[in-house]
Write a protein that binds this ligand. Structure first.
Ligand SMILES: C[S@@+](CC[C@H](N)C(=O)[O-])C[C@H]1O[C@@H](n2cnc3c(N)ncnc32)[C@H](O)[C@@H]1O
Length: 177
């Protein structure tokens, strides 16, 4: 992977490959190349990001270090691939802290169709109101979300996403991160 250029043609070559016929290693390289170079790390219908002001995010010089630092970060982590509807009740306890980072309002299909619906915001809000543990939820700052989460404490936060205003929502007032 270290020799791969960040190039639109290369991106499209990976994109048109049929992953079913690749080895595990080839699939991993394809996935990493596409996600690193896609706009907003979008994996469903990704488009390459080439900027006139910033270098690409796939850096051959730091590739090994980046992969090892992800490995280190995940060393003591357990991953689940579950809907929040199953995951939250399963993990909830008095000592649980949930960081909830759902798809953003009006971007529900960003991660694929039929994964998260607009109605799921209400289901999620009602679930979070019932849990024994604590939570912090980050989401885009739009009137519909402010209205939905108004029973909770809402705080505006600064992010590096210049195109997006973000808020965090919590249940307990004096308990910001
Ligand atoms: C705003 S992104 C969070 C990104 C993540 N915090 C990160 O840094 O990569 C929203 C995430 O919610 C996941 N998601 C979508 N529908 C979901 C569902 N029903 N239950 C749980 N997670 C879901 C998406 O796959 C996506 O990873």
């Amino acid at each position: 992977m270290q020799g791969l250029p960040v190039a639109r043609d290369e991106f499209n070559r990976f994109l048109t490959q049929d992953a079913r016929y690749l080895t595990d290693i080839q699939r991993a390289v394809r996935w990493f190349y596409l996600i690193r170079n896609s706009y907003g790390s979008k994996i469903v219908n990704p488009t390459i990001t080439i900027s006139n002001s910033r270098a690409g995010r796939l850096n051959a010089l730091t590739l090994k270090r980046d992969i090892f630092s992800a490995q280190r970060r995940l060393a003591r982590v357990s991953l689940e691939n579950l809907s929040f509807r199953d995951f939250i009740p399963r993990m909830d306890a008095v000592d649980t802290f949930f960081y909830v980072d759902p798809p953003y309002f009006a971007c529900e299909d960003y991660y694929g169709k039929n994964i998260f619906s607009r109605e799921d915001f209400t289901v999620l809000r009602d679930m979070l109101a019932q849990i024994h543990g604590k939570f912090c939820l980050s989401i885009n700052d739009v009137p519909e979300i402010r209205e939905l989460f108004k029973p909770f404490n809402i705080k505006e936060v600064k992010t590096r996403l210049v195109w997006l205003e973000v808020i965090v929502v919590r249940r307990y007032k004096n308990c910001w991160l």
